[in-house]
Design a protein around this ligand. Structure first.
Ligand code: FEO
Ligand code: CA
Ligand code: CA
Ligand code: CA
Length: 509
């Protein structure tokens, strides 16, 4: 095996083959622990929600500049419910079913600790433990607050469709509202308004009494993710994908500057800034601003009426604004991450059945002069899915500090036999430099019909947290279950859960 500096180009494990086993399959020397399954209590009056997605790891001492890997607040997105398991599978939802669903989505904030043997446990009743769900009051901030597009609202109810997300350097969570279209119809009885969802919500996990904030300046679309960084001049830049076929890639640049060590000064940085969308044809970022981009002001519908009345309209339908400006529609942008050494932006384009991109690819974007606030960029394809490379449908990404990319897949379960070579959804490792740059090594395979989501390493690199989303998703009924993964003792109902994977050597100093 290679040693020394070259070792970073190679996986720290012996790659495993594809499988359809109903478990988590890992390389020799690695093991997993189930943590935070759906329905389990973590305070007397709080339970983990359903379909875990993005996971944020906030070291308990991070506000004092620490990087503890043994004591942390974990945030877990709960993207959506499967009514077969939550509330009941009927056509017309009763108020009780709506209530059960509203309680099972959103975000869990939970304190966890690791003991000397490497085992993790949940801290029951820790004062930071919190559930943000379909009922939580959330404040709108930014240009669309109080605008006609949101019906004049300044506070709204709930966060839903919480897919991936991001963490800010000042210790807050950005949770991304992705597939929000059905809620106004299904939960209309609870006062749901479609324009109140589909934003990015910022949550302070360190203050359980804080009011979460929807950041309307970052636009409203199918928000997949939020990749946050601080530019040389101190402004905060966030890269975001709109996960829909033929939709776009965006970046937000804050107006204010990040002040290291002054948390209070940073807490509302994301309320005010500029939203741009990518034109891959010309390698340009296009500004989505009603007052400064005359094209948007002059835009007319077919009947001659204005397409947008104000910036609230531009932001609330950012996709229409972007496509009107001829931004480039791409193949379903899922996660985006920033390379820790080169600063390049890696974008998972998962697939696009509209034009035969069955297996997806990963694109690398390089900003002009390596400046994240630049108005132009170049790009290239980093890796392409398919039978030859062994992966398909890239979704969440995470970098290790050496710049290796870890990626999880989301090939629809049982939707098309062209995916049969893949086995269950898996996690892969890719070197980004060296002789094998772009080569996929399989690290883990998930249970039947599950997606492995939200991967995050502890700061010491010894634990990898992965969410196991929707095991047994295609089960026809509770009598015909396709998976029993993480079932409670004495039952066979599969449960979405978080797992902590250990066995990693950890990062070298
Ligand atoms: Fe919820 Fe686009 O994944
Ligand atoms: Ca995703
Ligand atoms: Ca990620
Ligand atoms: Ca996906």
């Amino acid at each position: 095996a290679p040693v020394g500096d070259a070792a970073r180009y190679y996986p720290p494990f012996r790659p495993i083959p594809a499988t359809t086993a109903d478990t988590i399959t890992l390389p020799q020397g690695y093991r997993y622990q189930i943590l935070a399954p759906w329905g389990e209590k973590f305070s007397d009056d709080l339970e983990f929600g359903f379909n875990h997605d993005y996971v944020g790891f906030f070291p308990m001492d991070m506000l004092e500049g620490g990087r503890s890997s043994d004591d942390a607040l974990l945030t877990i997105n709960h993207e959506y419910v499967n009514p077969l398991f939550v509330g009941g599978n009927t056509k017309e939802k009763t108020p009780e079913q709506v209530q059960a669903e509203m309680k099972s989505v959103g975000v869990s904030v939970v304190r966890i600790k690791r003991d000397r043997t490497g085992q993790w446990s949940v801290v029951m009743n820790d004062p930071h433990n919190r559930r943000i769900d379909g009922f939580t009051e959330i404040e709108l901030t930014g240009p669309a607050r109080g605008s006609a597009a949101v019906g004049g609202a300044t506070r709204v109810r709930g966060t839903v469709g919480n897919c991936s997300g991001g963490q800010t350097p000042w210790g807050t969570l950005l949770t991304c509202e992705e597939n929000v279209d059905g809620y106004a119809k299904e939960w209309g009885s609870a006062g749901y308004n479609a324009m109140h969802q589909g934003w990015i919500t910022e949550i302070d996990p360190f203050d359980p009494k804080s009011t979460p904030k929807k950041r309307t300046g970052m636009g409203r679309f199918r928000h997949e993710n939020a990749a946050v960084t601080v530019a040389k001049d101190g402004r905060v830049v966030v890269y975001m994908g709109d996960d829909m076929r033929d939709a776009c890639v965006y970046k937000f640049i804050s107006r204010g500057k990040y002040v290291p060590g002054n948390r209070q000064a940073n807490m509302d940085l994301l309320a005010d800034g500029d939203l741009y969308v990518a034109d891959f044809g010309n390698g340009k970022w296009l500004l989505l601003d009603y007052d400064r981009n005359p094209k948007l002001k002059d835009a007319k519908k077919a009947d001659g009426t204005p397409m947008f009345r104000d910036q609230g309209d531009v932001l609330a339908d950012a996709r229409a604004s972007a496509l009107f400006l001829k931004a480039t529609p791409v193949d379903r942008p899922e996660d985006i991450e920033i390379h820790p050494k080169t600063g390049d932006i890696y974008i998972a384009l998962t697939n696009n059945s509209n034009h035969g991109n069955f297996f997806g690819h990963i694109v690398k974007l390089t900003e002009k002069d390596s400046d994240w606030t630049a108005d132009s960029f170049r790009w290239d394809v980093f890796a392409t899915g398919g039978p030859k490379t062994g992966f398909s449908s890239p979704d969440n990404l995470v970098f290790d500090p050496y710049g290796n990319l870890w990626m999880v897949t989301d090939s629809g379960t049982g939707e098309n036999s062209i995916y049969d070579f893949l086995g269950n959804n898996s996690m892969f490792f890719f070197p980004t430099e060296g002789p094998d740059a772009g080569k996929a090594y399989r690290f883990a395979v998930g249970p039947v019909e599950a997606e492995m989501t939200g991967p995050v390493f502890s700061p010491d690199g010894k634990t990898l947290f992965v969410a196991i989303q929707h095991p047994g998703e295609d089960s026809e009924s509770l009598d015909k279950l396709t998976s029993n993964f993480a079932a409670k003792e004495g039952t066979n109902i599969p449960r979405p859960t978080l797992v902590a994977i250990s066995g990693f050597p950890g990062w070298r100093a």
